[in-house]
Design a protein around this ligand. Structure first.
Ligand SMILES: [Zn+2]
Length: 248
């Protein structure tokens, strides 16, 4: 893994003693790595990330990990809105409508190595490797529906959703009944909120609700199921159960 430190972004400030707890994955939506380096290091753009990974797997460190890079924007995870202070941002040189519209093997291989290194260094929970669309589902789509989350599951870097046994499904249903929730929509929102998503406005705003469901679907359903408009409910129950067992 080639590692380059000679380009530095001026766009950062202090984390104010916040602990690093999340890793956020982005795509640049720019033409290529050199455009991305210029953009992320341009003082006027007021954005940055700690890392940028090129199509050939080269890793650029643009902001030191101890500093607060500016990649998340307006965001939310588990009641926290200053996501930049508690996260490491990784940009991928990928543009869905550009020539760099593939997540290359070398890029993903470097990403996996980088995540593993950061997870060990900061003891980052597997539930806390997130898409920009997880923390800003109403504004952001990256890293998008073609991002290979499966390769991250199979390398054991992110939470793997094991299927539930029949009695485990019953436990979950019983657990929901304690909250006195009748509709699937209410249960869906509660589960999403416990996992960490921003559900503050979604119950009364169906446009936002649909955006949140789409963000979840893109990340956790198979590609065929995304297109079939399949319900996320069963996946979400499985997710919540696995989450409760694994979170630390
Ligand atoms: Zn992003």
């Amino acid at each position: 893994m080639k590692y380059i430190t000679k380009y530095k972004s001026p766009n950062y400030n202090s984390r104010k003693n916040s602990k690093i707890r999340l890793i956020i994955i982005h795509y640049t939506a720019l033409k290529n790595t050199s455009d991305a380096v210029s953009y992320l290091c341009n003082k006027e753009k007021k954005v940055s990330s700690h890392y940028l990974i090129s199509q050939n797997g080269t890793v650029y460190n643009l902001v030191q990990e101890k500093f607060r890079a500016w990649h998340a924007g307006q965001a939310f995870w588990k009641e926290i809105t200053d996501i930049n202070s508690i996260s490491i941002g990784i940009e991928l040189d990928y543009n869905p409508s550009g020539k760099n519209n593939k997540f290359s093997f070398k890029m993903i291989d470097s990403l996996k190595k980088l995540i593993l290194k950061l997870q060990k260094k900061y003891k980052i929970d597997k539930n806390n490797i997130l898409a920009h669309s997880d923390i800003a589902p109403f504004r952001k789509k990256d890293p998008g529906k073609h991002f290979p989350w499966k390769l991250l599951y199979s390398s054991n870097l992110v939470i793997c959703l094991k299927n539930l046994k029949r009695n485990e499904i019953k436990i979950m249903e019983k657990w929901f009944s304690n909250y006195n929730l009748k509709s699937k929509k209410q249960k869906t929102i509660l589960a999403l909120s416990l996992i960490g998503y921003d559900t503050r406005e979604v119950f009364k705003n169906s446009k936002l609700y649909n955006k949140l469901i789409r963000a979840y679907r893109i990340r956790y359903l198979n590609n065929e199921d995304i297109n079939k408009n399949k319900s996320i409910y069963n996946t979400l129950i499985k997710h919540l159960f696995n989450y409760m067992l694994t979170k630390n």
